[in-house]
Design a protein around this ligand. Structure first.
Ligand code: DLL
Length: 434
């Protein structure tokens, strides 16, 4: 079992942790009321003020906030401090609408790094590690976030960023990278490129851990990555609004620990807004407890997960969220049936002849929705016997149907055909929206 970065916090007894959360909740509510015009207005509209928040259960009196609020107040209307106190901005790519801007004080950056220091230590990394950061640097939070966290634990950072994959692999070998941080889809691409260069990750590098996130990925993908390379692949989660990458799994690999002294986590029914119990799927809602440039109260993240507050075998008392199913807005509705791309991935990655890369193409034929799953066949699975390919196609369609309850078309394509991603993979092409 690996060590702790700060055992006094990470193993803090539940009651103490809860009372710390309660104190911080009261303070942050008062703070935003005093500092942010946006929140003061919002609380007034909801008929609630800082004096109404006396204990944890009062949390539900507070109104939710959402991404749309950040958009409507673009660029910095939700900030609680003047820009002169802000030491850094990050900006979302704006692929789903107007971009959102987040800002940090020096202390906010420190808290973010502290969160990652705990997470990276929990997966066994430390001073003797070389951590290659292959998330994008710049406006995206992945690169700089991991960079600061890795430096904080005294590891050696190799800040490669994304792209130039062959060079990344050469450097990985030359500088003895022991852990890599990037999207799982980019890592799978890297493995493919390495193979073409005659480099086997398992034998020809020192890589032992991967810190993979920023996009949904299934347990089946984890298994593939681990089987193919011999590394330990850990899930890392966060969003730019709550700082960036913040939390990982511990070695139990059974949920991602959310540091309760920093964040208050709720899971709600996205339709009613009511909290759901532990073990039930719902939308994640976070309240930041010690972030000061852009504190967020009951912020609806849009990601679906399940909360588990039971003690973890690793000894940490902080609650866990289970693997992210996807965003509420990623859910495809095909002929009235809800489909998450992550479910499709789970099915595909169990079929050995299917390659690591896939795409889901949705369109309409007359009034009907049609979904086609485009999959690469592995070099081994690629046979010139038409009969074999036909039976593979049938097999994939059958497995998809048994899990998704709808019929999907299957298109088999040659290895290397589907575009590779360096950052977040674009898995879904929904032509209905065009
Ligand atoms: O993706 C922050 C990040 C960087 C996380 C590096 C992990 C590693 P955004 O660009 O704001 O921030 O996108 C956040 O990405 O709401 C999820 O939908 C998705 N996401 C992030 N991590 C995971 C994960 C960064 N481990 C959005 N599993 C979130 C599934 C993830 N989805």
């Amino acid at each position: 079992m690996s060590g702790y970065w700060d055992p006094s916090i990470e193993r803090m007894p539940f009651d103490e942790l809860r009372s710390l959360q309660e104190d911080r909740l009261k303070s942050i509510v008062r703070y935003v009321y005093d500092h942010s015009n946006f929140y003061r207005q919002r609380f007034k509209e909801a008929g609630v003020g800082p004096d109404d928040i006396k204990q944890m259960d009062d949390l539900t009196k507070l109104p939710f906030t959402r991404k749309v609020d950040l958009r409507n107040t673009y660029p910095t209307g939700m900030f609680s401090l003047p820009v002169s106190r802000v030491v850094r901005y990050h900006v979302s790519s704006g692929t789903t609408g107007k971009p959102t801007v987040v800002g940090y004080t020096k202390d906010d950056i420190e808290t973010w790094s502290e969160s990652l220091a705990r997470a990276l230590t929990s997966i066994g990394l430390g001073r003797s590690d070389v951590i290659q950061v292959s998330y994008g640097y710049g406006l995206f939070t992945g690169g700089l976030g991991l960079h600061y966290g890795a430096e904080k634990i005294g590891a050696t950072v190799l800040p490669t960023g994304v792209g130039n994959t062959e060079r990344q692999i050469e450097l990985m070998q030359d500088l003895g990278t022991t852990a890599i941080a990037c999207t799982p889809s980019y890592f799978m691409h890297m493995v493919e490129v390495a193979e073409k260069m005659g480099v086997r990750i398992r034998n020809d590098t020192k890589l032992k851990a991967g810190i993979f996130g920023a996009e949904p990925w299934s347990l089946e993908t984890r298994k593939r990555i681990e089987d193919a390379t011999g590394i330990n692949a850990y899930d890392i989660y966060g969003t730019s609004e709550i700082s960036g990458p913040l939390f990982t799994e511990c070695p139990q690999k059974n949920g991602i620990h959310i540091w309760a002294d920093m964040f208050l986590t709720e899971v709600i029914d996205p339709k009613t807004g009511e909290q759901v119990g532990d073990g039930e799927t719902g939308e994640l809602v976070f309240t930041t407890l010690n972030k000061f440039a852009l504190p967020l109260i009951r912020y609806r993240i849009g990601d679906l997960s399940v909360l588990d507050s039971e003690p973890c075998e690793c000894g940490r008392t902080h609650p866990r969220i289970m693997r992210i199913l996807g965003r509420t807005d990623d859910m495809l509705i095909i002929r009235g049936i809800n489909v998450f791309p992550s479910q499709v991935e789970s099915v595909l990655m169990k079929i050995p002849e299917v390659g690591d890369h896939y795409q889901i193409v949705v369109g309409r034929e007359g009034p009907l929705d049609v979904m086609t799953v485009r999959v690469e066949v592995t070099e081994k699975g690629f046979s010139d016997k038409i009969g074999d390919l036909m039976s593979l196609k049938k097999k994939v369609a059958k497995e998809l149907k048994s899990v998704l309850n709808i019929s999907a078309g299957v298109e088999l394509v040659e290895p290397g055909t589907i575009p590779r991603s360096m950052g977040k993979a674009q898995r879904v092409i929904d032509n209905r929206k065009v």
